[in-house]
Design a binder for this molecule. Sequence first.
Ligand code: NDP
Length: 396
Amino acid sequence: MGNVLIIGAGGVGSVVAHKCAQVPEVFSRICLASRTLARCEGIQKSVKERTGRDIEIARVDADNVAETVALIKKVQPSLVLNLALPYQDLHLMDACLETGVDYLDTANYEPPDEAKFCYKWQWEYQDRFREKGLMALLGSGFDPGVTNVYSAYAAKHYFDEIHSIDILDANAGDHGHPFATNFNPEINIREVTARGKYWENGQWIETEPLSVKQSFDFPQIGPKNAYLMYHEELESLAKNIKGLKRIRFWMTFSDNYLKHLEVLQNVGMTGIEPVMFEGREIIPLQFLKALLPDPASLGPRTKGKTCIGNVMEGVKGGKPRKVYIYNVCDHEECYREVGSQAISYTTGVPAMIGAMMMLTGKWRGQGVFNMEELDPDPFMEKLNHHGLPWEVKELA
Ligand code: NDP
């Protein structure tokens, strides 16, 4: 039924390839392309062993629009899934426009030389996608992604109006390394070291990086310190959830992670400005990435659970209501199923489901969409079937 081109053979791309292969009635043909063909070969082999399916592979530099256009013309997909890095978003959207193919990603565009992510650049593609009758689905991972769908689902079924959303993301996984990031270290550290920001009464309020925290009792994990951070779904949810007065995002970090991060920051290793080293320019954060464990290598070592969800307050039938929607995911179970840890898994499964929604016509539209703008029900149903079941708790 659907022929898809997956770009980016990293931790998330691998999960997406495996999960698409598990649903042959929707994903009849799968091609995985990345800069390093050897990574695609490894995933191709694993998909064959685990699902019995053959996927095609190709080499592409997604920053080279002409190269991607040539690959799209050869593969003829109905959808391009961008699981490379946020730096590639605009180049891949350009290639999709040129070839008349729908687009999906899991992270919004970020310029390589500035630690600033926002939807502005991708929302500017609205008219071009609309005019061509194409659909671009932005942020179809977990957060952003499932957290946006949880918000839309709560707005549809639990509230007349949602007044506050707190997105809480806990990773209680232990990989045994003194310091490692669960997804691309460069993207992760840029995000964590940025100033915090939340939205209240129509205004953005900034905080010092990781300076605001709360203890939250996460289901199946227990109490953990969660730190206020800026996260990209806040931007679209503040715009799209009607009646919202406040939205914040919180993520847990262990004291050990924070200690390492502080030292690395203090010595300048997290900087993104080039420095001269032995006659050539290097970017400290990129050098640090080369030293840190590859997130894809953490899979076999990581034990424990993740828990991501939304605590939402508002009114229903004139009465106040507080609802928590969340998922708990187990690192070792993910590894057994697809050979990846839970961070890649919780991102890759929603990317596959987003693609499924588009290919089966459940989610159709012309233009650029954030997840909360589409009907949450079919997506929520598929989460339960494809490895990310959710729970709803009424809170006092
Ligand atoms: P990885 O670094 O593991 O993988 C990224 C892959 O992209 C690499 O294999 C790399 O390929 C490939 N790539 C990079 N540049 C290019 C290029 N120019 N052309 C082709 N391929 C390229 O990252 P993750 O898998 O952890 O993350 C993937 C994406 O998912 C990121 O955008 C990340 O921000 C997002 N994400 C979203 C989350 C969510 O919940 N929404 C959560 C976690 C991640 P190669 O090795 O071949 O160079």
